[in-house]
Design a protein around this ligand. Sequence first.
Ligand SMILES: [Zn+2]
Length: 244
Amino acid sequence: MGTAMPAVGIRPRSGAPLAAEPAVEIHQHPSPNCGPRRDGLIPRFVVLHYTAMQSADAAIARLCDPAHEVSAHYVICKTGRVSQLVGEGLRAWHAGVGEWQGFSDINSRSIGIELDNDGQGPFAEPLMQSLEALLGRILVGWDMPAQNVIGHSDMAPGRKFDPGPWFDWARLEAQGFAGKRDVEAGQDDPTMDNFSRIARRAGYTAEADPDTLLATVRLRHRPFKTGPLEPEDFAPFKRSTLRT
Ligand SMILES: [Zn+2]
């Protein structure tokens, strides 16, 4: 217990206690690839990744190798084992160049979770269960809304594609661990310009040409869908359109 507490001196924004007891055991495997969060920032987002490697052990070795200068706060392997590489109060090096909701330096603003998956097929059930337990703990601990759980691709369109089309976002949404999409199709003005504007409002503010943006949004909301823009591509954003 308490293994994932933020670093000394950095408290959750709400001041609320962290989830009492994690439903998942967390194994410590410290990585040297980290530093302080810049400008006193605290985690505001969770960024999900896939490892795209042969094994979680290989991924952990890489994420702990100073020569690679990459890391993440957590790695979840196919068996559901959770390893913590970087304390939540520290800045891990997982997000790189990108932007979400107009915010850059996502590393200083997020907690990064690497999922043991090669991007070629479904994510293992024990992995998903551990992810849900971990997300529950993080969202409570940092007083974060579910819609602030994003994919690496969301903040780095065209540059990153993880967690990829096989990741079950709908499941996370149903459990309250990701922002719920809307389901109503139809849009009065189904043009690429309008799509870009609405997607931008929903958080996709990173630099991207219209086709890349459409592919990025589909990766999460309409996996494996290709072809020209359709009215259904607007469906996930109906609520955010109305809200703003
Ligand atoms: Zn990634």
